[in-house]
Design a protein around this ligand. Structure first.
Ligand code: SAM
Length: 376
């Protein structure tokens, strides 16, 4: 965890952990259903790397996951397209790609803005393949819906997009910037918001557009905080058409959130040690300072709980799968939260389960939830 390559850019360490953890689940599942996985890193870097072997880059993390999956015989063929338009960085990417022998890697010095259709064509080169697109720009402009629409509409396929909310917030009031193409018709309403409400609504608006334009069944967003400031730097927005994808991404989120807090606590301790000669009796997690995430998590949990109550009240009888998918689309809400609410409602007689089999410990997707009274 304590990796010096990521000092003062711990947000990238969290981003890479999310990518890696999700692909570890994705690769064997997709590998069992499709002949080929296509991985596209639309803005690959290397970006702010400190390791001569480029181990602290998104493409290295992703290719390592696919390599291991192939080694274990859990997927057949993997093709990867890695794109970087910076003429100083591209040669490093190209040299890295040439050394990879066990995965078909193509590198291109493309400007993403001019090659979206080429990217889709690459993904669709062979039948029976499933592409995963990682769109990770330095600003917000490349993530505009009109720019990425052909990628969103590639079926089958999934996307992970870095939504640079910090920069969007900073420039939102500038009428010359084309925010309508990012956020839709709602821009004027969004411009009237402030603080936490603006944070929440910006990413909600963007994720909703990704879902609609890509006809995705689910989108989720994980907030990534700056390491040294109590500020959301960006959100990783994920889109899938598959319930299994939703489950695995939420498991990834449940893993990544405590990881992010631990990294931030260690970064804070490092900075405290640099500015003070005194020793520290308490551990970094005991002195960890943070408000932004906690507040966001409380808001999201309240929203998700209210949505689940509405669902259970309107239906009287529903499946755990329906309840799960309702709750899990709220950022930072994890399955443990949902199970806790259901347990509380079950023990106070507001709900009961049907078709609960002997020895079953937790609700399954097809477990039926019956609403017995007014929930609160
Ligand atoms: C935030 S970095 C991400 C790097 C990589 N995904 C990672 O996590 O290790 C964004 C990279 O995209 C490149 N980039 C920015 N705009 C681009 C564009 N229009 N086309 C291709 N690459 C671009 C930048 O030079 C930079 O290396």
């Amino acid at each position: 965890m304590n990796d010096e390559h990521y000092y003062d850019r711990e947000q990238s360490q969290v981003k890479h952990r999310i990518l890696e953890r999700y692909l570890q689940a994705f690769a064997p599942i997709i590998g069992s259903r499709y002949h080929e996985i296509v991985y596209v890193d639309c803005m690959a870097g290397p970006w702010e790397t400190r390791d001569a072997h480029l181990s602290d880059t998104s493409f290295h993390k992703a290719l390592s996951v696919f390599r291991e999956c192939k080694r274990r015989g859990r997927c057949n063929r993997v093709r990867a397209l890695l794109i970087e338009n910076d003429p100083e960085k591209y040669p490093l990417l190209e040299a890295y790609g040439k050394k990879v022998k066990d995965i078909e890697v193509v590198t291109e010095p493309w400007d993403f803005n001019e090659h979206v259709q080429d990217i889709v064509d690459f993904a669709k080169q062979s039948k029976n393949s499933f592409p995963f697109f990682f769109i990770d720009p330095t600003g917000w402009s490349e993530a505009r819906i009109n720019r990425i629409r052909p990628i969103l509409q590639t079926v089958p396929g999934e996307v992970l997009i870095n939504f640079m909310s910090f920069w969007v917030k900073r420039f939102l009031d500038d009428p010359r910037k084309p925010f309508g193409e990012l956020l839709g018709k709602d821009v004027d309403r969004l411009r009237s918001l402030q603080g936490d409400e603006l944070d929440d609504e910006l990413v909600n608006a963007y994720a909703a557009r990704v879902r609609e334009e890509g006809n995705f069944s689910y989108t989720c967003a994980i907030p990534i905080l700056m390491p040294d400031r109590d500020v959301i730097h960006y959100h990783l927005v994920y889109g899938t058409r598959d319930f299994k994808g939703l489950e695995e991404f939420k498991r990834t989120e449940a893993d990544a959130i405590p990881y992010m807090h631990e990294l931030r606590a260690m970064a804070q301790r490092r900075h405290d040690q640099e500015s003070s000669a005194q020793g520290f009796l308490l551990s970094p997690s005991e002195t960890y300072r943070e408000r932004r995430f906690r507040d966001l998590n409380q808001r999201r949990k309240a929203n998700a709980r209210a949505a689940v109550i509405r669902l259970l009240t309107s239906k009287k009888s529903t499946t755990y799968r329906d309840v799960y998918q309702e709750a899990m689309q709220y950022a930072t809400v994890i399955e443990g939260d949902l199970r806790q609410w259901l347990h509380e409602w079950q023990s106070t007689g507001f709900i009961r389960y049907e078709n609960w089999s002997k020895g079953q410990k937790v609700p399954h997707a097809d477990t039926i939830v019956i609403t017995l009274g007014a929930l609160s």
